[in-house]
Ligand binder design. Structure first.
Ligand SMILES: [Zn+2]
Length: 467
């Protein structure tokens, strides 16, 4: 209960290509200052371009590197798997015609498992450097699991597990120097897979995806807890993410003692990195993880946008080493205000309440106001102002992700923006489900970030109103 957590660090979820080399170097150097010891980087998104820099910095700061690979995306690509073996929709068509971040296999297809295993072998033999400690084989992202007649009624946890085992078997056969890691993630928190089925998995990430940043796990049954449904087909007697995660995590910790650590979506890229002044609730979560005997925590983080979270991570990193430090922490006035869940904050709550805006420092106020206006029912004018702002602050905000996400919200959520006059390349980028899949396919990775910023300028110059 008093020892430091064994696993402490960051998960650079998702693309490294959102960084300049200087930003990435700054981020990795800071990990040394925080005494963090573990980093996850994504093989699929930017690793080829940045692996030398990551190797040098992580060796300098004694940081273990976990290479995360989206199994279906990479292994199906490497083995040339036909999309007829991918997850099918209700009309019998593959959800994704080519492998991407959200591609899943058809769980009932032998050919899918064979291609998956063959691709894993190529990946382990040819694509995995010797300085990596562990491979995290990530499932497909999202919830587009197979709807064919055989898979339709299968729990995704059960359908997916043979793929986890096939990967772990290949890893132990070919690379005995590496550890195998898998995830418990959206739609697969249920307990349908027996614990002994995890014998060959060395390390398991429980991803507390979808828990509201200002509600500690097990706390405050509140409708805001449910802003993203995470239970999938699992029976949920709580109807509250905070209580659901508390229950499932407690059970998984007992089932797989010594294997589980936490991934927390701290900077929440989908919420464009707005800081919720939630250090007290995160410290409470750390206490829970200690009680459950978990190995530690990796926080989702990256350099663009980090400055809003700098103090937060300083506190959390100290509390991970010394629990007394966390127990002695006293919330300040801003944190007390933010703990009031009746006060809305950022576009996850639709729009920020004036009470909260008024207690923030002036620079943060400006940022929140421009983001709210650019993300929530934007007009062409508020979108243009938003793009100008993020380009002007490109060293400190996540310019690529925010620009793309705001355009997509304007098209698909509010329906107020039209980009049909934008250049073909800009419209191509907007047609991708994930920005990272688009960036990864650009021929020159060293220019990917600049290319996306040029596209954002084109979108800004050609945005029209639909109303
Ligand atoms: Zn199927």
């Amino acid at each position: 209960m008093t020892a430091p957590f064994e696993i402490r660090g960051f998960n650079m979820c998702e693309s490294l290509l959102r960084h300049t080399p200087e930003q990435l170097a700054r981020f990795l150097d800071r990990m040394g200052e925080l005494k963090f010891n573990t980093l996850i980087v994504q093989y699929d998104y930017g690793f080829r371009h940045y692996q030398q820099l990551i190797k040098e910095k992580c060796q300098q700061h004694n940081i273990d590197v976990t290479l995360m690979v989206f199994g279906p995306r990479t292994f199906f690509k490497l083995s040339g798997c036909d999309s007829k073996h991918f997850a099918l929709d209700d009309d019998g068509k593959p959800y994704t015609p080519a492998p991407e971040c959200e591609t899943w296999p058809c769980f009932s297809s032998h050919e899918a498992l064979e291609h998956f295993t063959a691709g894993a072998e190529i990946f382990l033999r040819e694509q995995t450097p010797g300085w990596i400690k562990r491979i995290h084989m990530r499932s497909g992202d999202g919830t587009m699991t197979c709807r064919c007649a055989k898979c339709r009624n299968l729990m995704p946890s059960v359908g997916w597990h043979p793929f986890i085992k096939a990967f772990a078997a290949k890893l132990h056969e070919l690379r005995s120097d590496l550890e195998a890691e898998s995830d418990i993630y959206i739609g697969r928190y249920d307990l349908s897979v027996p614990a002994q089925e995890y014998e060959s998995i060395d390390c398991v990430m429980y991803d507390t995806f979808g828990h509201h940043p200002r509600i500690a796990l097990g706390d405050n049954p509140n409708h805001k807890s449910n802003w993203i449904p995470v239970n999938g087909r699992d029976t949920d007697e709580f109807n509250c993410n905070s209580l659901y995660h508390f229950d499932r995590l407690s059970k998984w910790a007992k089932r797989l003692p010594g294997k589980i650590y936490i991934h927390d979506n701290t900077m929440m890229q989908a919420l464009i990195g707005m800081f919720h002044h939630n250090t007290p609730s995160m410290l409470k979560d750390l206490e829970l993880y200690r009680r459950l005997g978990l190995r530690g925590v990796l926080f989702e983080a990256y350099e663009p946008g980090y400055h809003n979270f700098a103090r937060h991570f300083e506190v959390l990193s100290k509390a991970m080493l010394d629990p007394e430090y966390g127990r002695n922490y006293r919330p300040d006035g801003v944190e007390k205000m933010f703990a009031n869940l009746d006060l809305d904050y950022s576009h996850i709550d639709k729009r920020t309440s004036e009470e909260l805006i008024n207690i923030l420092p002036p620079q943060e106020q400006e940022f929140i106001r421009i983001c709210d206006a650019g993300m929530t029912a934007p007009t062409p004018d508020s979108y243009r102002k938003f793009i100008d702002y993020i380009i002007d602050h490109a060293d400190t905000v996540d310019v690529c992700y925010m620009g793309m996400l705001a355009a997509k919200h304007g098209i698909r959520v509010s329906g107020t923006l039209d980009f049909s006059q934008a250049a073909p390349e800009s419209r191509k980028m907007l047609s991708y489900r994930k920005l990272w899949d688009y960036m990864e396919e650009l021929p020159d990775h060293s220019r990917a970030r600049e290319d996306v910023i040029e596209i954002l300028k084109d979108l800004r110059n050609n945005v029209r109103s639909t109303v």
